[in-house]
Design a protein around this ligand. Structure first.
Ligand code: ADP
Length: 334
């Protein structure tokens, strides 16, 4: 349809890039991480050295990539972007590392998904700015040591717990990104609306922010859906009612749960009687990868008090039944 066409991928990505804040001062919320990171960068500048390696953890869409760009910009350094899944062989990493220039910032997204041999190469690169390039195979293989220029690694992971200890320990600073408050998301939305040249009422900002699952990426995406709606309905100004109507149509409910969140919750309540059920079983029941359920749906459901984690598995909290409009069975675990 016209509406989905308007949100075609390249345009979405271009918009997402255009909406990224470019310096720490424009980065909304996360005051603790912002302050700590500001200090790390300031100190590096005074010492005229590249900044310590930085690990950023938190659910998708909270600003990890944006922060890595800001780090590079603040350090006046070039930025190289790659990701764990793109580095399957140690050689892939060696190629990246050996082409880094002095002070360069290397952003590795989903760093927990790197292959084991690459990970071990990274340990040495982070600590000693050196790699061993292995040439040849079997008994004739030789390791050629290669010195690297000092660089700053910015690793991103959806859960710091997914990282092996030795890798985690090699980061000088770890920042945990938290979900944003509705007020913070309103600020993100105000800035985006200004850049998109949209007229939006305060109440509409609140409405959209409340449905954004504490996540700036989602807030910006919902704003674009609302913009499409306003365009098609020829609205000059977006108020809370049109925002709500637009988002209802996209199946984003008043609490911000989307289709995946709701299907996880429904499976938990209806197929497993409220649990406890193992995460991987739950993921199979909704036809998703375990990691997607664990990193995308679960953190928000837990934070919202809809789902609980116990040693025996996931459980539905009383408010889950309520939110889905279901009666809680008497023998539910909770
Ligand atoms: P991640 O790398 O954690 O998945 P991104 O850095 O790609 O998230 O952020 C996703 C989108 O959300 C970007 O378009 C960015 O503009 C926006 N965004 C993220 N954090 C903030 C923030 N603190 N302030 C304003 N916009 C933000």
């Amino acid at each position: 349809t016209k509406l989905t066409h308007a949100g075609s991928e390249p345009e979405e990505r271009a918009l997402e890039a255009a909406l990224r804040p470019r310096n720490l001062d424009d980065f909304v919320g996360q005051s603790r991480v912002r302050q700590q990171l500001g200090l790390v960068l300031e100190a590096a500048k005074i010492r005229e050295r590249s900044a310590d390696h930085v690990l950023l953890s938190g659910p998708p869409g909270l600003g990890k990539t944006t922060l890595s760009m800001i780090i590079a910009a603040e350090m006046n350094a070039p930025l190289r972007i790659s990701s764990g899944p793109a580095i399957q062989h140690a050689g892939d990493l060696a190629a990246i590392l050996s082409s880094l220039t002095e002070g360069e910032v290397l952003f590795l997204d989903e760093i927990h998904r790197m292959s084991r041999p690459a990970e071990e190469m990274l340990y040495m690169a982070m600590e000693d700015f050196r790699v061993d390039i292995v040439v040849g195979k079997g008994a004739g293989a030789t390791a050629i040591p290669l010195d690297l220029p000092p660089f700053t690694l910015v690793g991103a992971t959806t859960r710091a717990g997914l990282l092996p200890g030795p890798l985690r320990d090699r980061f000088g600073f770890t920042g945990h990104l938290e979900f944003y408050t509705v007020q913070e998301l309103e600020l993100v939305l105000r800035r985006s609306a200004m850049m998109l040249d949209l007229r939006v009422t305060s109440a509409a900002f609140t409405e959209i922010a409340g449905r954004s699952r504490g996540t700036p990426r989602i807030a910006n995406r919902l704003l674009r859906r609302v913009r499409d709606w306003a365009l098609v309905h020829k609205l000059e100004e977006i108020d809370d009612q049109s925002a709500a109507a637009a988002l209802d149509m996209y199946e984003v409910d008043a609490r911000g749960l989307d289709r995946l969140d709701r299907s996880v919750l429904e499976a938990l309540c209806l197929k497993f009687g409220g649990g406890p059920v193992g995460l991987s079983t739950l993921a199979i029941a909704v036809g998703e990868e375990t990691e997607t359920v664990e990193t995308v749906a679960e953190p928000y459901l837990v934070r919202e008090g809809l789902m609980g984690r116990t040693p025996r598995g996931r459980i539905a909290m009383p408010s889950a039944w309520q939110h889905l409009g279901l009666a809680m069975p008497k023998d539910a675990i909770f």
